[in-house]
Design a protein around this ligand. Structure first.
Ligand code: DUC
Ligand code: ZN
Ligand code: ZN
Length: 465
């Protein structure tokens, strides 16, 4: 036998090319691409289907502490199951540092939660919450050397927001080590001011979450983050960009030659703030930050993807159960939107939504789809060319898609731990029918087909930027 598996007759799509070929897989890696291959224990018939690099979702949250009495809906098993159902072969979750906690202890805690639980491969980013001298001077540089080569900082949230000085000090470590910084760009004081005002007026329903952080809140912080990156001479990733004004800040920085990368997410393409208006507490299902905006903002996010301002399309999967006192219906959430857990599930919905709304409706081509959902994630975060492409030598991380399959997104086909999806009822054309991780088929026709989780935890090289 030449190969363990041959995927026969599919149309292969990479970020650069579209071509017909057989894929020969040996020892978990792609060993050959040729017009016709023979000799394998297993043949997968992909005639009439697309063979794409497995999706890499570089922005998911798993099992993160989210405040007193609140529990995230996914552990590593359920999030990575959902990821596999949605055509992903890798996710990048966060290790959230607790205040006062040595970073090494943070990563060990998350690694322990992940071990033996993952259906797709996993690599961690860090979230720096407490940038003490020891963290910045020793702990963070040591972890970067060990393959934790990206970290996120927040400009908002009680107990999470860094001051501008702390951000600059953290950027200096990124400059020194070559690690890549991801920034949550919203102006903390503007949100605090508006939240207090809305609460005084009695405007406490979930809808007012959107009103507490309008577009200028994001635009100003985006501008400030970019300016600090310029001063520090470091590349950054502005995560979860939701609107034109922030997008234009990024575009103008990129035109100046600054290495500003940016990400958008499905909620900014297909949801609007009107979704937060649901009766009773239904709007809580859509509470995330930045909030979904309006149709014009959706158009701007499409433009960002089409023009290359946004090179990353991630889910920002951050799931909480809805009908649960430890989730969206926490009793305190009825007193004010400020207590509603912030985040929505989306790791399984990300690819079908972009495929259908983007490729299917002619907004982006297939190669761009692959770039923004897989290849660019691998390149940005130090995983390329092992991950993110279909090439000889790369891991056999492959999703086979039926581009004509019509499906309705519904909670039952998401496979996550939440009891709802904010994308319920969205009709899509194009669906992943098989997910293969390092040569092992983990999902077929919407079900996991493996007796135990085979995902591995990977360390990463320094990002290309
Ligand atoms: N930021 C995220 O990236 N995810 C969930 C909540 C948030 O504010
Ligand atoms: Zn964020
Ligand atoms: Zn996030």
């Amino acid at each position: 036998m030449n190969f363990d598996t041959i995927i026969k007759g599919g149309t292969i799509v990479t970020a650069a090319d579209t071509f017909s070929a057989d894929i020969g897989i040996r020892d978990g890696r792609i060993a050959a691409l040729a017009e016709s291959l023979e000799g394998a224990r297993e043949i997968i018939d992909a005639r009439g289907k697309l063979a794409l690099p497995g999706g890499i979702d570089s922005h998911v949250h798993i099992a993160q502490p989210s405040g007193p009495g609140i529990v995230m809906a996914d552990d590593f098993e359920s999030c990575t199951r959902s990821a596999a159902l949605g055509g992903n072969t890798m996710v990048l979750p966060f290790c959230l540092q607790e205040t006062g906690e040595p970073l090494r202890r943070t990563v060990e805690a998350y690694a322990a939660l992940a071990v033996g639980k993952c259906h797709v491969d996993v690599a961690f980013h860090l979230i720096i919450r407490d940038p003490t001298e020891a963290v910045l001077g020793q702990e963070l540089p040591a972890l970067v050397k060990d393959g934790y080569t990206s970290f996120k900082v927040f400009m908002t949230y009680d107990g999470l927001a860094l001051t501008d000085l702390q951000i600059l000090e953290t950027m200096a470590v990124a400059r020194e080590t070559g690690a890549l910084m991801m920034i949550h760009a919203e102006n903390y004081d503007m949100i605090r001011f508006l939240t207090a005002k809305l609460e005084r007026q009695g405007d406490t329903a979930p809808f007012f979450h959107a009103k507490s952080r309008p577009i200028p809140v994001e635009r100003e912080a985006t501008h400030r983050a970019i300016t600090m990156a310029e001063l520090s001479d470091v590349p950054i990733v502005v995560v979860h960009v939701s609107n034109r004004e922030a997008m234009e800040e990024i575009r103008s920085a990129q035109r100046k030659g600054l290495k500003i990368r940016a990400e958008t997410c499905p909620q900014y393409l297909v949801l609007t703030e009107d979704d937060l208006k649901g009766l009773n507490m239904e709007g809580a299902k859509y509470v995330c930050s930045p909030p979904p905006r309006d149709k014009a903002s959706q158009a701007a996010c499409w433009e960002g993807l089409q023009s290359g301002v946004f090179t990353l399309f991630s889910s920002d999967h951050c799931p909480f159960r809805y009908d649960d006192a430890q989730g969206k219906l926490t009793p305190k959430g009825r007193t004010s939107f400020r207590w509603v857990p912030n985040g929505i599930p989306g790791v399984a919905a990300r690819l079908p939504i972009l495929f259908s709304e983007g490729v299917g409706k002619g907004r982006i081509d297939l190669n761009t789809f692959v770039a923004v959902t897989s290849t660019n994630h691998a390149k940005t975060y130090g995983l390329y060319p092992r991950k993110g492409t279909i090439a000889v030598g790369a891991d056999a991380d492959i999703a086979i898609w039926d581009a004509t399959k019509r499906m309705t997104i519904t909670n039952a086909n998401q496979g996550h731990g939440a009891d709802y999806t904010p994308y319920e009822g969205i009709e899509v054309t194009g669906w992943p029918v098989l997910t293969m991780v390092r040569g092992r088929t983990v999902m077929r026709d919407g079900a996991l087909v493996i007796d135990r989780p085979i995902g591995q935890r990977l360390q990463r090289a320094l990002p290309a930027a």
